[in-house]
Design a protein around this ligand. Structure first.
Ligand code: NDP
Length: 270
């Protein structure tokens, strides 16, 4: 049986084994997909041992940069994101990819039917998640991507990195005063229940607000957006879509994500 895994620390919370097993069942594929806890600072040795027998691995916090260094070959998405979340062993080479950005784009565009083309997009945050989504968003040909971050220098660096791909603008939270079509929260503020210092005027009833975090309840960011009449969603669909893209890389078939997203939504309402 082909062996797959998600490697992280911590890892017990990961939904990836359930998601990949459900995808596999759609095609009658038999596989083993396990959660693996690696020690911090020992990713290389751990991944090397896994790929003695394993075919593919997802990599999550805090090892995405270690996985970038571990891979022999990188996709453009992984190289520009500076992070790898999907590894594949093929012809004795380890290929590294990053499916987070495609997962986000597919969730917004295909599941929520919101086009990114020609839209004024605001990306909040300049950490690992934000870096991973700029190229796939740029490929949708938006009007512009404005990047705002608590540490403005990081937003400037990220915006500069993508000037050849799209119209990027770097700014601080405080300088944001006018509305956007799409606002994506890629900060980890929601994880700790913190509020971002955002002007409510950024949101209108035409704005689509997306929080990459997912949980049982709407985040503070989603609540602010909803209070201004915006549609607001969380990142559960992105989680399933990035897994689907990894599945495609490993098995060359595209799973149907809808029943899995619906199942996870039903589970969290219990
Ligand atoms: P990082 O630690 O790499 O980056 C964190 C970012 O959040 C930085 O830009 C940081 O700003 C900012 N930040 C943190 N706290 C605050 C705060 N209180 N106020 C303002 N800004 C803040 O994290 P990641 O990029 O890896 O993850 C970000 C989020 O994306 C997480 O919530 C994660 O769960 C989610 N995510 C969801 C995925 C999905 O599939 N749905 C996939 C990947 C990530 P500064 O630079 O100033 O420190």
């Amino acid at each position: 049986m082909k062996q797959f895994a998600v490697i992280g620390n911590p890892i017990a919370h990961s939904k990836s084994p359930e998601i990949h097993s459900a995808f596999a069942a759609q095609f009658g594929i038999t596989l083993q997909y396990e959660r693996l806890l690696a020690n911090i600072g020992q990713f290389d040795l751990f991944a090397h041992n896994f790929f003695e027998y394993g075919v593919g691995a997802n990599v999550t916090v805090p090892f995405k940069e270690d996985a970038l260094k571990f891979a022999d070959e990188l996709s453009d998405e992984a190289r520009l994101a500076g992070a790898v979340n999907t590894l594949l062993r093929q012809n004795n080479l380890i290929k590294g990819d990053n499916t987070d950005g495609i997962g986000l784009v597919r969730d917004i565009r295909d599941n929520h039917n919101v086009s990114l083309t020609n839209q004024k997009i605001l990306l909040l945050g300049a950490g690992g998640a934000a870096k991973g989504v700029v190229l796939p968003i740029a490929r949708e040909k938006p009007h512009s991507i404005t990047i705002a971050n608590r540490t403005p220098q990081k937003a400037e660096q990220l915006a500069r990195q993508f000037t050849d791909y799209t119209n990027t603008i770097a700014t601080s939270f405080e300088a944001l005063t006018t509305p956007f079509d799409i606002i994506i929260n890629a900060t980890s503020a929601s994880l700790s229940g913190q509020k971002l210092p955002l002007n409510p005027a950024l949101f209108t009833n035409q704005t689509f607000a997306y929080d990459m975090m997912y949980g049982a309840k709407p985040t503070a960011f989603m609540q602010l957006a909803q209070s201004q009449g915006s549609k607001a969603v969380d990142g559960l669909g992105m989680l399933v879509e990035q897994a689907a893209k990894s599945f495609e890389i490993w098995h060359q078939v595209k799973p149907d994500t809808r029943p899995i997203i619906q199942g996870l939504q039903a589970q969290r309402q219990k």
